[in-house]
Design a binder for this molecule. Structure first.
Ligand SMILES: Cc1cc2nc3c(=O)[nH]c(=O)nc-3n(C[C@H](O)[C@H](O)[C@H](O)COP(=O)(O)OP(=O)(O)OC[C@H]3O[C@@H](n4cnc5c(N)ncnc54)[C@H](O)[C@@H]3O)c2cc1C
Length: 654
């Protein structure tokens, strides 16, 4: 082991997995190293093999009392990929013998147990009644899809973090059926201020900061935003050249129309066609020293850097430089140290992010799966995974099960039944349903449903997914953050582009850390990209990176970055890190693709000649398409609204 690894604590026996209520298996980072060994599927199999060989059998590893994915550390996210990728690569499960028949028959089979699939089951049950028989299949070891929960233990304390999707950004953007569902689940967004201690971090003097790394900026330096300091005073603290500082100030302050004499439509068209980086270099003509600083600005939000983000998107989402362009709708820049305030009065988030939405949906349909009855008590409710797939239960959720073929029984037009083949524990099985909702990824459907019309399969294949990584790190205490006056940092050149304390939210029995002596979970974000390439190629490269990166690489980067960034506050990565969970999302945000222009459709309103996602989501007989891909909108509201539309299509005027 290299000395630096020892200093970083790579040899420390931290808890990288602690999910078997007392029977936990402490694994060191190197034991988890190896491509994909940390995938949810591999992890579930690993548990089954190491602790309970019998559990890996057909009866189902979820029946084991030890089965509790939210507390799994190590690698998470992304789901079982082996079967899905084999399908993409040509494997077929069409000629199965009678042993594949389960004999199960449901009113509805849902493929995908993310927020969209769970909402589809919810809407169907609401419409048809509690006697409706529904099966939800998901390839992951947990339900929720992007809505994943990371649960940590430190001493006798439970600490939570979102592993994927975070918040209801603005409930008023949700359609009425989705808003009604949120209310029925017991969520009152108006009560968010009761749970969120907005005063805690300001009362401790914590603010936002920027960490400049030596490799990119010549020196490691943390600059924390300070009250009362002017932009220029803050810039003076940053390790940037004088021309770069001058140009950043100019970018924020100058009211210049960089496209003079053009009409509004011409300006908008020009900004759509150029990247924000081109805007900076060609129109604002900033010094080259500005670019490394702004390349990754808000990359975590858009899942792409400034080199490929259209300047028009930058303009309407608060990037600096557009204040003098005379274009309505330009969002003013909030500066580099914006306050962490919710963006709307209809904002809501749970301590584990939108994972609690998934948990509420599951408990509402399978009450035996978790105790409690309110949106508050869901936060600490321990789910009993053995209850998810019980014989005779009206709603069943079958995890670790990848659907590989969905087709009508008999003629597509007149058929009254859909047959769904899925693979679980290496074995193919078949169930039948009166209808089926595909709440998985659009791009997978052409392989799963070769019977779909060719034009629809082509349209489905145009969905682009951007990869993301959320890493959760449990630390012994957050005194270093207090000493540095830091709550969250943008890290323009580092492996993770942001590092921050979890939002201080206490709900029900859950108490967030309130003093710096308590343990804390940090949220780190990374978008694996290849700057310089067109966005779709960057995302493809990033997905590949996620496939080959070992846990060990993530761990070393986490330790190195935190150690360097927080050294001024006395943080020691070898001593202070207690656990790490890496949530990989190779199939993260959805973006559309316009085949006529071969460009990315950045939002559902982005002007494109064709909207392939509308053609892609057409119902095919008794099979309907849900999921956020179907709206070309990566937000949770799209996952819900598409679920409702799919169910309406299947049920018609019933
Ligand atoms: C990192 C991240 C952060 C986000 N943050 C926010 C946020 O703060 N606010 C917000 O509104 N939105 C956010 N989003 C977007 C939001 O999470 C999504 O819109 C929503 O969760 C998508 O739900 P879904 O069910 O459509 O898809 P998914 O969550 O992807 O669920 C699809 C499920 O189907 C499964 N599946 C796929 N193929 C098969 C198959 N063949 N057989 C069985 N199962 C299959 C997948 O494994 C997955 O579990 C975020 C997304 C990501 C990735």
């Amino acid at each position: 082991m290299k000395r630096s690894d020892r200093e970083l604590g790579m040899d420390r026996a931290i808890t990288r997995r602690d999910f078997i209520s007392g029977v936990g298996v402490a694994v060191t980072g190197s034991a988890l190293a190896g491509p994909w060994t940390g995938s949810r599927f591999a992890r579930a199999a690993q548990v089954a093999q190491s602790e309970s060989p019998a559990a890996a059998g057909a009866s189902g590893l979820e029946q084991e009392a030890a089965y509790y994915p939210p507390a799994a550390t190590g690698m998470r996210g992304g789901g079982s990929f082996e079967v899905a990728h084999a399908l993409r690569n040509g494997a077929r499960w069409d000629d199965l013998g009678p042993e594949a028949e389960t004999g199960e028959r449901y009113d509805l089979v849902v493929v995908g147990g993310g927020l969209s699939g769970l909402a589809a089951a919810y809407f169907f049950r609401k419409e048809v009644g509690p006697e409706a028989r529904i099966l939800v299949l998901d390839n992951c070891d947990d339900f929720g899809g992007h809505a994943t929960r990371n649960e940590f233990r430190s001493g006798d304390r439970t600490l939570l973090m979102n592993g994927g999707t975070i918040n209801i950004e603005d409930l008023s953007a949700y359609d009425e059926p989705s808003q009604a569902m949120i209310r029925e689940l017991g969520i009152d967004v108006g009560r968010y201020t009761e749970f969120h201690d907005a005063e805690l971090y300001p009362s401790l003097g914590l603010r936002r900061g920027i960490f400049f790394d030596e490799e990119t900026f010549g020196v490691d330096r943390l600059v924390v935003g300070q009250d009362g300091l002017e932009l220029r005073e803050l810039l003076a603290k940053m390790p940037l050249s004088e021309p770069a500082r001058r140009d950043i100030a100019r970018l924020h302050e100058a009211r210049v129309d960089y496209l003079p004499g053009r009409s509004l439509a011409e300006k908008t068209g020009a900004l759509r066609r150029m990247s924000y980086l081109q805007f900076l270099t060609d129109l604002v003509e900033v010094d080259a020293g500005v670019l490394p600083f702004l390349q990754t600005w808000r990359q975590g939000y858009w899942a792409i850097g400034s080199d490929a983000l259209p300047a028009e998107i930058a303009r309407v989402t608060g990037f600096p430089g557009f204040q003098g362009m005379g274009m309505p709708g330009s969002k003013p820049s909030e500066g580099f140290f914006p306050e962490n305030t919710p963006t709307s009065a209809q904002y809501f988030r749970f301590p584990d992010g939108n994972a609690s939405l998934a948990r509420l949906l599951v408990r509402s349909m399978i009450p035996a799966s978790a105790p409690g009855s309110s949106a508050e008590d869901i936060v600490m409710a321990r789910f009993d995974y053995a209850q998810l797939d019980r014989d005779g239960a009206p709603v069943r959720i079958r995890l670790n099960s990848t659907a590989v073929h969905v087709r009508h029984v008999g003629d597509n037009e007149s058929s009254r039944e859909v047959e769904v083949t899925y693979v679980r524990s290496g074995q193919a099985r078949r169930v039948r349903g009166g209808a089926c909702v595909l709440a998985c990824y659009n791009a997978m459907i052409p392989y799963m449903c070769p019977e779909f019309p060719e034009a629809q399969r082509t349209a489905l294949s145009y969905a682009l997914k951007a990869p993301k990584v959320y890493t959760s790190v449990l630390i012994r205490n957050w005194r270093a953050f207090q000493r540095l006056g830091l709550r969250e940092a943008f890290c323009p050149g580092s492996y993770h582009d942001s590092v921050g304390l979890n939002d201080p939210i206490s709900m029900g029995e859950y108490r967030c850390p309130r003093t710096p002596d308590e343990p804390m979970v940090l949220h780190l974000s990374r978008v694996p990209l290849a700057p310089g390439l067109p966005a779709p190629e960057q995302w493809e490269t990033g997905m590949l990176e996620l496939q080959i990166t070992t846990f060990e690489v993530f761990e070393r980067e986490v330790r190195d970055q935190l150690g360097r960034m927080l050294s001024g506050g006395g943080f020691d990565p070898a001593r202070d890190i207690e656990a790490i969970t890496v949530n990989r999302w190779p199939h993260g945000y959805i973006f559309g693709y316009d085949p006529t222009t071969e460009e990315v459709a950045w939002t559902s309103e982005w002007p494109v000649r064709e909207r392939p996602w509308l053609r892609a989501r057409q119902p095919f007989g008794r099979i309907a398409v849900a999921n956020s891909d179907a709206a070309n909108n990566a937000m949770t509201e799209a996952a819900f609204s598409q679920a409702h539309r799919a169910i309406r299509e299947l049920l018609g005027d019933r």
